[in-house]
Write a protein that binds this ligand. Structure first.
Ligand code: WTA
Length: 647
């Protein structure tokens, strides 16, 4: 398999695409020629209270100001729910399949409207109003999208927190976001494991202390596990919420009012919250999902991403609902209680579009083809991936074994900051190349530059940048616009730098080569090595450390930490360091391997050479390259001995 493999436009293309290849080309040209007109047309995909008359205002220069549809007003929950009540009130909007149960909960658009309105009224009763932040830490159950949409209904800004975060990491985010209300659950079931969500939240609130603005915690009971409730702060979700009226007048928001904050990792230690606003984000969710996932009536889209990530926000909640589709959620694991669990669910719920991460594909692939072939997957018409590079062989397995060669695979490239798909195929209108995220969507102005920021024309390899704003672009970082400018616009003024490298082939197809900064991607989870190093370095027994990502056959990358103990008498073990990272960030960020070493390879100016650490950790010992720039070349032998001594 090579990059020369080309999958022609699938023969049943009429089933997939809303566009012919020539219509797609015309659309791309129009977006280039008349961006304002193009994006105003795309704005019609969602419901506005008052239509915008301008698309983009602002500039990537100087202070960087990004402003879309600024005179439009709307409410995101109206676009996702009320706008469908006329013609599809009784269509299922949300299927929520709980692990360990046989029957899924199915909510029609009418039922979703009622549930969202009750919670919106309850939040208002608790004093939440426009602009207030509400933190949501829930498993993949229907209350998660309901909570997001209820916030949107009253103009509150949701902050969804990943269930794998430690109490310390949650505390930091609660304080930084200034959330007034928390919506959480007693626990999350992950296969046979249980994560005591409420207990972790209690710890987080204790740690945050007076710095936190949290007044109320709504607690959903997802299992029978007992929960300790603090009478003056905690409320049982359903006991409280179900009393409220099933209708709530939506707050009319300006297009540029924030819809949500989402924390993500960058190349410095502190967590940063990306800010997405209402109008542009909603247009972007509807446009990208509509173009690539080509939603139609009776489609059931199952995006397996956690709602706490941008894929969950856009592909589980806002995108499918804005397009009037049926979205499915499942709170279990692919292989629990049996390895064919996902295929069983696709058969049962007649899923038409499956969207998952390459990590999941790689681990399902390991279970063998027979397992997949035991299930009737004929409902599927489209397969998608995002979040990390997919190798051509995993792509082909997904295409041939899961999709039986009938379903196009859409490999989509995007980021928390882009809010939706930037690179991805328009199925039925473009041929596919396994391993390539295809081309920019119409209206996305992607370029490659060299490391000085000069644009590379034609085929070549370089830094992936965007020249023009798009409606779903993050507007800023919460309370830190300077960091926003510095992170994304200082590489080459006037260009948004994604942090990724890519290659463009002679047909204009993009091949992502990976992050160029210190961000690593483990099982689709984005983790900053600086954040890990800060967590490890917080232990006084450590003087210095370095975290690197190395290739891993299932997880994409694995995390390896090298740490120097304060002195030889210090007793610190790799397990201590793993525990330290789990406490500071969460178990999902725990290193795969930790090495306590006497020193690290450095340049003569003292800078740690991470490139060498990566090579040593991944066993690429014959390509270590020139070591003459090191202050002490012997440190390399010492490291090799430490890492590979047991092998
Ligand atoms: C990586 C996830 C290769 C990339 C949606 C990006 C990908 C980071 C792809 C963002 C893809 C995302 N192929 N790499 N199709 N999609 N990435 O913010 O490095 O969690 O910068 O958003 O994931 O991760 P994030």
């Amino acid at each position: 398999m090579s990059e020369h493999t080309i999958i022609p436009v699938h023969p049943q293309s009429a089933e997939y695409s809303l566009l012919t290849p020539s219509q797609l080309q015309a659309m791309t040209r129009r977006a280039e020629r008349d961006p304002d007109g193009f994006w105003l047309d795309q704005a019609e995909r969602i419901h506005w209270h008052s239509n915008p008359t301008r698309a983009f205002c602002g500039s990537f220069q100087d202070d960087v100001e990004i402003n879309w549809y600024h005179d439009g007003t709307l409410n995101a929950s109206v676009s996702c729910i009320d706008s469908h009540l006329g013609d599809r009130a009784d269509q299922v909007a949300l299927i929520s399949h709980r692990d360990g149960t046989d029957e899924a909960e199915k909510l029609t658009y009418r039922m979703l409207h009622e549930r969202v309105c009750r919670l919106a009224n309850a939040l208002q009763y608790l004093g939440v109003s426009r602009g207030d932040r509400v933190a949501i830490s829930l498993p993949m159950v229907s209350e998660a999208p309901i909570a997001m949409l209820a916030c949107a209904r009253i103009g509150a800004v949701h902050v969804v927190l990943f269930g794998g975060l430690s109490a310390e990491a949650i505390a930091e985010r609660l304080v930084d976001s200034g959330a007034r209300v928390v919506i959480t659950a007693n626990e999350i079931a992950r296969g046979a494991k249980r994560i005591p969500l409420k207990h972790i939240m209690d710890e987080a609130l204790k740690k945050a202390g007076a710095e936190s603005a949290v007044e109320t915690v709504l607690v959903l009971r997802t299992t029978d596990a007992p929960i300790a409730m603090l009478p003056e702060r905690d409320l049982d979700f359903h006991d409280f919420v179900d009393w409220f009226e099933p209708d709530c007048i939506p707050e009319i928001m300006n297009a540029e009012d924030p819809l949500f904050l989402l924390y993500t990792s960058g190349s410095t230690g502190k967590p940063k919250a990306v800010v997405h606003t209402t109008g542009g984000y909603m247009v972007w969710a509807a446009y990208t999902m509509g173009m690539v996932y080509t939603h139609r009536p009776n489609d059931v889209l199952w995006c397996t991403a956690d709602v706490a990530w941008i894929t969950g926000h856009t592909s589980v909640v806002y995108g499918p609902l804005a397009n009037g589709s049926t979205t499915m959620m499942f709170d279990g694991l692919p292989s629990y209680p049996q390895p064919g669990r996902w295929w069983e669910l696709i058969e049962r719920h007649k899923v038409t579009m499956l969207f998952t991460a390459p990590t999941a594909i790689r681990s399902l692939m390991r279970e063998g083809d027979d397992l997949v072939n035991r299930y009737d997957l004929s409902s599927l018409r489209l397969l998608g991936t995002a979040g990390e590079p997919i190798s051509p062989d995993a792509w082909m397995w997904y295409h041939d074994v899961v999709g039986k060669g009938r379903c196009p695979v859409v490999d989509t490239w995007w980021q928390t900051e882009t809010a939706g798909i930037m690179l991805g195929p328009i199925p039925g209108a473009q041929k596919l190349k396994p391993g390539s995220a295809t081309m920019p969507l119409p209206g996305v102005s992607m370029v490659l530059t060299d490391t000085k920021g000069d644009v590379i024309e034609g085929a070549g390899e370089g830094c992936l940048c965007v020249t023009r704003s798009w409606p779903g672009q993050a507007r800023t970082l919460w309370k830190d616009h300077a960091r926003f400018q510095q992170t994304y616009f200082s590489f080459s003024p006037g260009l948004y730098f994604t942090g990724d490298g890519a290659r463009r082939d002679a047909d204009g197809y993009y091949w992502i080569t990976g992050r160029m900064d210190d961000v690593i991607n483990i099982s689709g989870h984005r983790i900053g090595t600086a954040e890990i190093e800060e967590a490890v370095g917080a232990d006084r027994r450590i003087t210095e450390c370095a975290a690197v990502g190395v290739p891993h056959s299932v997880k994409g990358q694995a995390l390896v930490v090298f740490a120097i103990a304060r002195d030889e008498q210090t007793s610190i073990t790799p397990e201590d360091i793993t525990r330290q990272v789990s406490l500071a960030i969460g178990r999902y960020a725990a290193p795969d391997e930790v090495f306590i070493v006497p020193d690290l390879p450095r340049t003569r100016s003292g800078k740690i050479v991470r490139r060498l650490l990566r090579k040593i950790a991944s066993g690429e010992l014959d390509t270590l390259g020139d070591l003459s720039m090191l202050s002490d070349a012997d440190s390399v032998d010492m490291l090799i001995n430490t890492v590979w001594k047991e092998e």
